[in-house]
Design a protein. Structure first.
Length: 371
């Protein structure tokens, strides 16, 4: 039995996805028309053999209560494990301003009573495939107090701005955690994944709470770099980051590449999600779809290519959709032309029919808007 409690953490307020985050927490974001972002860390954990997982979420948790449910679809047996949802209920402040340490501290009794000896913390905004059992073995063998997952990047000057990066010594020890301000091209990107013993985690939470009411876990770890053994583990696989609207768009569109989808089409490492009983998609009036993920329940009467189409979307007659993300229940009217557009759930493109963004700056249409 895997000996670690899994914690799926929410992001600090340096990370904000304009438009989308107004209506749901990042954990609930739709990805490639089929999944929610929370599915990826939970699936990594359950595939690794973890059976005790808590999902901390800031923002309206309603959709996640429905999506996660009892956790059975994540291959968790409630008799031998648990999958819990811990929402933030702020006292007069915005949910995304409540530090993760505050929530861990409020739930410290449950964490202390958990039978596992280790804690593995993973984010929802970095999508990657990882065997946490192997990473835990590596952590234990190293003798480190805390292990952090990172990836070396060479585009930090223009990308990953405001994300956390690590300063490392030659032995891969962590000297500092800081915000990427775009000063240099090559950095070590923190994947916001932490491995430590449960006692170290509890001690850090208590120390952070005693130090500052505004400390996040990363703050107290950063402050402890000089007196604790904090090691970095280099992750060499594919990472699909989501830290702003542009990266959300880019990471979705990258999944249209067969090579990238191999990470998530592995029968030995499935990505679990809630499934819905819905009718298959139908193509009317010579409607076509090429190099596109199309979810169930759609009606397509136009031409769609290089796009992600969510459930129950309607594409009108002679409409042209290219390089777009159309979220569930949206309507694209007859003769509309869309390129590099994100259409949020339930929006209707009826009147203004020629809409175009760019790959670097996609146009966003808000939830349930009529355009």
């Amino acid at each position: 039995m895997f000996n670690a409690l899994g914690i799926v953490a929410y992001n600090n307020n340096n990370i904000y996805i304009e438009g989308l985050e107004k209506y749901r927490p990042i954990a609930a974001f739709n990805f490639i028309g089929r999944y929610r972002l929370v599915d990826f860390p939970i699936s990594n954990m359950t595939n690794s053999g973890m059976s005790d997982i808590d999902v901390y979420v800031n923002g309206n948790p309603k959709v996640l209560f429905e999506h996660i449910g009892s956790g059975r679809h994540y291959n968790i047996n409630s008799k031998h494990g648990h999958l819990g949802l811990v929402p933030v209920f702020p006292d007069g402040t915005r949910a995304n301003a409540v530090p993760d340490v505050e929530m861990y501290y409020e739930n410290l009794n449950e964490i202390e009573a958990d039978p596992n000896d280790y804690v593995i913390i993973a984010p929802v905004n970095f999508i990657y495939k990882a065997n946490y059992a192997d990473l835990l073995d590596q952590h234990v063998a190293s003798g480190a107090d805390v292990s952090m997952l990172y990836q070396r990047i060479d585009n930090a000057k223009n990308s990953f701005l405001k994300c956390d990066v690590l300063t490392l010594n030659k032995q891969k020890g962590v000297l500092a955690i800081e915000e990427n301000l775009g000063a240099t091209k090559v950095r070590h990107l923190s994947l916001a994944t932490y491995i430590m013993s449960k006692q170290v985690f509890i001690d850090l939470v208590k120390k952070a709470r005693a130090t500052s009411a505004m400390y996040w876990l990363k703050d107290i770890i950063n402050e402890s770099c000089s007196d604790m053994d904090i090691r970095a583990i280099n992750y060499r696989g594919h990472v699909y980051p989501i830290y702003d609207l542009e990266s959300y768009f880019a990471s979705n569109i990258k999944m249209l590449n067969d090579e990238n989808m191999k990470d998530f089409n592995d029968p030995n490492w499935p990505i679990y999600t809630r499934t819905y009983d819905s009718a298959p998609t139908i193509y009317l009036n010579n409607g076509t779809a090429r190099r596109t993920f199309v979810s169930n329940g759609c009606q397509i009467s136009g031409d769609v290519q290089n796009s992600i189409i969510g459930r129950a979307v309607k594409i009108g007659k002679n409409a042209q959709v290219d390089g777009c993300i159309i979220l569930p229940e949206a309507v694209v009217g007859d003769n509309a032309i869309l390129k590099n557009v994100i259409v949020d759930k339930g929006a209707r493109i009826i009147h203004k029919k020629d809409l175009e963004g760019t790959e670097d700056a996609p146009l966003y249409i808000a939830r349930r808007e009529t355009v």
